[in-house]
Design a protein around this ligand. Structure first.
Ligand SMILES: *Cc1c(COP(=O)(O)O)cnc(C)c1O
Length: 372
């Protein structure tokens, strides 16, 4: 028998695949229950923008035509949104794809990438898939101002001549912690000009802190900077897979070389374009999230459950023990949350902000679980 595992590239041999949140249908099928709620994948509980849904259904009529491989209209709109040239935008099948394209363009055996402990799980995956070395910098202390958040000093200390990429999540998932403009700008200035700094802003639109930065403003000064954004979170289009990056035109040109010619489908392009114009949907999503964070935070506090203060659309809370039993019992109550042991948080669970009714359902389920 051929041992195909031994024949795979070393990085892939050791790879453990990304564990997505459990789908509602899977839970209902397994437990024979109905009306389960999924608060496990940081999706927008408000749903997609109605304008995006309308544009997507229009696009269905032309499914026999290949998508615009250059995403002309969508790139124009995104360039305008960020005040950059369309050549600085790279579209991805989710921002995850952009992260992967970056790894394929800059990383290889003998090169390394730096990220923080407790950072988004996709960074180590894309690094390892190309057999490069991933370096996780120790995070900030549990009792610091940004518990478990990125320690930019520790990250900078891990950068050496072999570091081609640094991943910074702002805010970070699953901690919900964030970095202010002054700290982030100082960090980017400190990283060698030969190292690409990727700032992942999947949750940027939710953040209301006054000193939360817009690093696309710094692209003129930092040609080694790349910012990623997603349509999966605030725009509610996770099912369509659409994300993008903003960078220097030179960096975008390189990422484009490894991109598949039609990586972003026609329906996603049409829906994304409409979603950008739907500022009312974005504003309503921000409002609902602000209220949901408050509701969940107050509910957890009342119950004496510790949590990491979050600026995203999720809260990671501390069960105080290995959380497998609590997770399973919440499932039986019809509420799906997310274990985060794979993020180095062995006693925490993450809950996504839902509608007011869903948040209440989660808190009630937590009560039921704690009484038994
Ligand atoms: C959800 C998420 C993404 C977005 O992924 P998509 O591929 O755009 O759906 C990117 N980064 C972080 C930190 C996330 O949590």
């Amino acid at each position: 028998m051929v041992d195909f595992t031994a024949l795979a590239v070393p990085g892939v041999q050791a790879l453990r695949p990304y564990q997505p949140g459990k789908p509602v249908e899977a839970l209902e099928r397994e437990l024979g229950i109905r009306e389960a709620v999924k608060l496990a994948s940081n999706e927008n509980a408000l749903g997609p923008s109605p304008r995006a849904v309308e544009a997507a259904s229009q696009a269905l009529r032309a499914l026999h035509i290949y998508p615009d491989g250059n995403g002309f209209a969508l790139k124009e709109a995104l360039a305008e949104r960020h005040g950059v040239a369309p050549e600085q935008i790279t579209l991805g099948n989710g921002s995850n794809e952009v992260l992967e394209l970056i790894a394929r363009s800059w990383l290889a055996p003998g090169r390394n990438a730096v990220y923080s402990q407790h950072a988004f799980a996709v960074y180590p995956l894309v690094v390892q898939a190309v057999s490069a070395e991933g370096r996780a910098a120790p995070a900030r202390a549990a009792d610091s101002e940004q518990p478990y958040g990125h320690d930019l000093g520790a990250m900078a200390a891990m950068v050496d001549a072999g570091t081609r990429v640094v991943f910074v999540a702002n805010p970070n998932n699953p901690t919900g912690t964030w970095l202010d403009g002054e700290a982030l700008e100082r960090f980017i200035a400190q990283v060698p000009a030969e190292t690409l700094v990727v700032v992942d802003e999947a949750y940027a639109e939710y953040v209301e802190q006054p000193d939360y930065p817009d690093p696309t403003q710094w692209l003129g000064r930092f040609p080694n900077l790349l910012v990623t954004r997603s349509f999966s979170k605030i725009h509610g289009l996770a099912g369509l897979r659409l994300g993008y990056s903003v960078s220097s035109a030179a960096v975008a040109d390189l990422v484009n070389r490894v991109r598949q010619p039609f990586n972003v489908n026609a329906v996603a392009q049409a829906a994304g374009l409409a979603a950008i114009g739907d500022t009312a949907h974005v504003a309503q999503s921000v409002r609902m999230n602000r209220e949901g964070l408050r509701q969940l935070g107050a509910g957890l506090q009342q119950r004496g459950i510790g949590f990491i203060p979050s600026v995203g659309n999720f809260i990671t809370f501390d069960v105080g023990e290995e959380p497998g039993a609590v997770y399973e019992r919440l499932l039986r109550e019809g509420v799906i949350v997310r274990p985060v042991a794979n993020y180095g948080l062995p006693t925490h669970l993450r809950v996504t902000v839902g509608t007011a009714a869903e948040n209440e359902r989660f808190l009630r389920a937590l009560d039921a679980v704690r009484q038994t």
